[in-house]
Design a protein around this ligand. Sequence first.
Ligand code: UD1
Ligand code: CA
Length: 483
Amino acid sequence: MSSQAQAPVAVIVLAAGAGTRMKSTKPKIMHEIAGRSMVSHALHAASALEPSNLVAVVRHQRDLVAEHILNEFPQITIADQDEIPGTGRAVEQGLEALDEGLEGTVVVTYGDVPLLTSEVLGELVATHDAQGNAVTVLTTELDDPSGYGRILRDEAGDVVGIREQKDASEAELAIREINSGIYAFDAAMLRAALKEVTIENAQREKYLTDVLAIARRNGGRVATAQISDRWQIEGANDRVQVSRLARIYNERRCEYWMREGVTIIDPSSTWIDAEVVLSQDVTLKPGTQLHGRTAVGTGAIIGPDSTLTNVMVGQNAVVKRTDATDARIGAAATVGPFTYLRPGTELGADGKIGAFYETKNATIGRGSKLSHLGYVGDAEVGEFTNIGCGNITANYDGEKKHRTKIGSHVRTSSNTVFVAPVEIGDGAYTGAGAVVRKNVPAGALALSVAPQRNSEGWTLAKRPGSSSADAAFKASLDSSATE
Ligand code: UD1
Ligand code: CA
């Protein structure tokens, strides 16, 4: 919260609108930007003001929206808007959900304005408090103000009201200062003024904006707080606007992290979700997407072309061309390229999961290496073990999954198949192509392949006239010549 601002008595977030232009079965405000729903962005900004009451006004797809909001903000008050339309009615019903004698500052904001920061809200409240206003409205000047309510001022420059686009005269339409829809109100004044608001307008809606003229008429001071950063007050009505706001939000996140000491080679192809945490001297290469609660330790290098969702990456780890979800990568470990870490993968410090590997529900100990071409699932691998090329844990018998347990300092040869459930003791070896169906004791070499038998002259006898037969014939001449 901005240090100079008093905590408001309530923040009311309007979220009752239908959002039809999204053309979605999902409520508009539940569409996401940077891994967070738009309404969650709005509520994060609102709750940072530490209001005594946080209220969301809902109506469209009410149950879905309320459940979504309560899931993340269990302390919130959900207020239902009835069939009377308009922002004024929405705020009235938000207030009705709270104590009648509410005193102090009430902030109103929207659930579909995702880039608004708590800093701007805090400054709005600080201005409101410092000036002793009845209403302070957040405004900006736009080259193209169409669609927005216009700020009306008298000759002295004082705010006298707001005119909606649909009710405006030619002269009023030319006004470039617009209403963001974000305000600080004196609680008692707001409650009283809303009683006077009618639906006598072009849209037959109860306009919140009418409160300004009423407050002024009743002797209250009405003022503006201006903001030049228009993106902070921009709402999202369709998917084009959602994507534009997502890009701008992402640019801001990238800039934030660069200033915190993260190297981002190409911010335009790097996507960092809201809740991601990065450390100093992390490097993000082009095509990196960090989602969910991903956290990256100091000095780690991620990318190019890597997508990490809820992944903990240790210090100095290197992760290239990797898709990973719900995984942990230890300090100084290396992953990739072309590696698929599925949920439950835990790679220890200094470990390696190399090219063309898939892992799932697997714990790989410190210093162990799964270098190339394989699958390890439902498995536990000890420390400093080397898993050879092309090894596979056959964890699924068609009905159930079984576990493979491999000890420390184990060396497995290429193309070993572990038929789970099976255990390999510390320091054991396997031979190339071994199909390990029985437990291997510590220190043993497991061989399962039948001894090799060579049928001499097979090609000449069985493939006469083929190029292989010709080559074999020539080789036999050469070898007899050298004998
Ligand atoms: C409103 C303002 C306008 C301002 C604009 C900024 C009014 C009358 N007009 O326009 O001056 O420039 O916002 O974007 O306030 N909502 C409800 N219940 C309702 C109606 C709306 O909860 O009955 C919510 C919507 O979900 C949305 C917000 O209020 O989050 C704004 O609604 P919208 O219809 O987009 O704004 P306008 O009324 O057109
Ligand atoms: Ca409207």
